[in-house]
Design a protein around this ligand. Sequence first.
Ligand code: PMP
Length: 417
Amino acid sequence: IDFHKASFRDFENIPGMDAFATAAYFQEYLNYLRENGHLNYRIESRSPVGPEMDLVLPGSAQATRCVCLVSNDYLGFSQHPAIKAAVIAATQQFGTGSGASPAIGGHFSYHAQLEKRIAAFYRQEDAILYTTGYTANSATLQCLLHKEDLAILDMAVHASVYEGVYNTTVKTFLHNDLDMLEQVLRHAQDKYRSKMVIIDGVYSQDGDVAPVRMIAELAHRYGAYLVVDDAHGVGVVGDSGRGVIESDNAFGEVDLITGTFSKALGNIGGYVTGKPEIINYLKYQSKQHLFSTTATPAILGIIRAIELVDEEPQWRTKLWENITYLKKGLSELGLDIGTTASAVIPVKIGDIPKTLEAGRLLLRAGIYANPIMYPAVSKKNARIRMNVMATHTFAHLDRVLNAFDEINTRLLIRKNL
Ligand code: PMP
C-alpha cells in the first residue's frame, strides 16, 4: 500500500493477511501519518464541547486553546444550563442506569415520555429508541429488509444505512439524481417482495439536502416505502427545527423517519418514528432494541432539549447567521463549498495528501476542523469538513477565514486551480 495516497479503508481486509498482521501493518501507516503531522484524529479535548476547546495536539503534552468546528452540537445544547439541570434532576430521581432491556424490566416512564415526545415532534404517534443514531438505522433496516426485498439507496447515505442493508438486495442511485432513482424503481417493478428507498435529509459530508417531497412522490408512485434519516436536520433545518421534513413540507409523506439525539439535541441515542404498527413491530422484533439495555434517565435532558427547540428559537437564528457568514467568506476566497444548505460546511479539495496537509496547517493556526476522505467520501473528493455552531462568534469565523486564506496561498486549493 502506498502510504502517501492510502486511506483507512485500504487496511480493512487485506488478502492473505490475518487481522493481527494487518493491525501491525496498519500501525506502520499510523506512525507514517504521525511523523508527517497528519494523524489528526482522536485529538483529546480537556474542556467541554464548545466553539473553543483545550486540545492536546499531537506531539504535545500541554493543551492548546483552539477554535473548533468539529462538533455536531449545533445549538450548543450539550452545555445549556436548563438541559443540564434536567439531567441532574433525572439522575437524582431515577439514578444512573435503567437496569434491563425494554421487554423485561428496562422500560420506564422516561422512555415512554421521550418516545411520545419525539414522535409528536414529527406529528407521529409513536417512536422507538435505540442506543445511537447509527443503531437506529442499521438495526431497523436489518429487521425490515431481507434478501427478497430491494433497498434503493442514495449513494451518499450514512455508513449506518449501508450496514443495515448488507443482507438485502441493494441498488444505489447517484446522489440526489431523481431520474436515476426513477429508472431503478421502474426497472425493479414487481421483481421484489418490497422496495424501500432510503435517503438522508441532510447529507453528512456535503451538508446538502434531499428533495424529500419529490422522492416521496416518486417512491410511492412505484409502490416503494421511503425512509429518511435526518440526523443533521433536526433542530437546524426548517422554521421550527423539524428538519427537512418541515423545510420540504413532507409531514405524513415519509414511512419512517430516523434520527439521532447526539447532534442538535446535545445528548446521545437514536430514534425511529412512523405509524404505530411498524414501530411496535420493531419494539418486539428489532434485536438491537430488544436485547439491549435501555437508555439512562439522563435522556430526560433530551425532552427539555426538544422543548427548547421551540422555546428558544434564537439559537437557530444565530446558527443560521453563522452559517451564512462562513459560507459567504469561504466563497469570496474562491473555495469550493458545494451546495450545502445546513450547518455542515465542506471545503472541497479533492486530493488526499493536500487535504491532510490543510488539516495540519489549520491546527497549526489554532483551528480544529476535520479532514474527510475515502471511504466517507469518494476517492477524489477529500475535503475539510466544518460543523458550525450557534455559539461561534463572527470573530471565531474570521479566524477560520484568515487561516483558509493563508492555506490557499500555500496549497492552492481554490476552485478551478
Ligand atoms: N446518520 C447520519 C446522517 C450521521 O451523520 C450520523 C453520524 N454521526 C449518524 C446517523 C449516526 O448517529 P449517532 O452518532 O447518533 O450514532
